[in-house]
Ligand binder design. Sequence first.
Ligand SMILES: *Cc1c(COP(=O)(O)O)cnc(C)c1O
Length: 426
Amino acid sequence: MFTIQNHLEKRNGHLIIAGVDTTNLTQEFGTPLYVTNEQRIRDNFNTYQKAFSHADLYYAAKANYNLTIMRILAQEGAGADVFSDGELYMALLAGIPGDRILFNGNSKTDRELAMAVETGVRISVDSLDELHALSRIASSGQKTVDIAFRVNPDVSPKTHPKISTGLKTSKFGIPHQDVVAAYKEAVELPGINPIGMHCHIGSQILDTSPFSEAINRMMDLVEQVTRLGVELEFLDLGSGLGIPYKKGEMVPTPQDLADIVLPIFNKRSQAIGIKLKLIIEPGRYIVGDTTILLTTVNTVKTAIKKFVGVDAGFNLLIRPAMYDSYHHVVVANKVDAKVSGIYTVVGPICETGDILASDRELPVVVKDDIIAILDVGAYGFSMSSQYNGRPRCTELLVNNGQVDVIRKGEDFDDLMMNQIVPSRFL
Ligand SMILES: *Cc1c(COP(=O)(O)O)cnc(C)c1O
């Protein structure tokens, strides 16, 4: 029997999302098909906000920057963590106010810095080179920008190496031992108003201890910088809370995280004698489990393994290939059927690594069955590509039986978009 996560249901042997039968969706819209449950986004956001009732939540846009999804989060009161000018553009378009946006990035262009200054957002400065460039750009336009420094706190998040971002060897942030000097320099520079401090230690973190290490280290630095006379207004702790991709996996909840972080934050702020705004930047937790990817079985073949060839590959979901990630899969048109064997679900891409799910217990799978890949809302569509000449698929939003297309599928014209064939080749 398959365990199906909280907001998904089964009816007549079919997988149901937000009251909608997934097999009806695939008949109407074809596959591959990304399907997102609107209410689940709102619920996840509110669960997080309830745990951190006095903090501001800045949604990490890179997890999923579909405009409708960002609009939903803007309605719920989210700010945004953006990592490029394009993400900034989309966050503003989604209606997130500029004073609730933090512009992050370890290698920003002068053009990006100018756009950040122009739009009045806060900037997380990642290096002294960036600080000097920003001072030049802001002061030449008679502007002053509110900044934080991105601190590299040297904390191991005990997660996949490719999503560890606060190790001393990682490319992000200013080494913690150099941070006080950076604030000293910043207060002297024209156009720069240092009011925050920022870190982000990684993603898909399954243990609260790295967070307690990080908050302690950050509060040490807050204390030192405050003693310098810098008046900090906010501490942004980044994010990284994991979600249970494997059913039954024990992961900390936002409340568990709050129970670790808030007592330290409150006690130490009080001891230092300052009132700081806490900011958290959740991405994965907000959107990860809201979305499924529906894909049709093209072939089933028995070799060393039983391979199920489907019509979505790492062009649409790169996490298994890139991070060895586990995504639960179910046969959407047979959710009540008994397990019959071990199958490996693979995509149509011309790469050996194009494996979506290895060695899974599934019922008898045959051509034209529908496989649902679960928990693909974060770093799913946002990391998709057209590799192998495959137009990206349609995205749907479902809510209480209602279905809306929130991105139409691409076609061959999109593969040719912006390509120019010089006239001598015509
Ligand atoms: C990616 C990222 C996040 C979000 O991380 P999740 O693990 O998805 O919650 C937050 N802050 C920064 C700076 C990031 O780069």
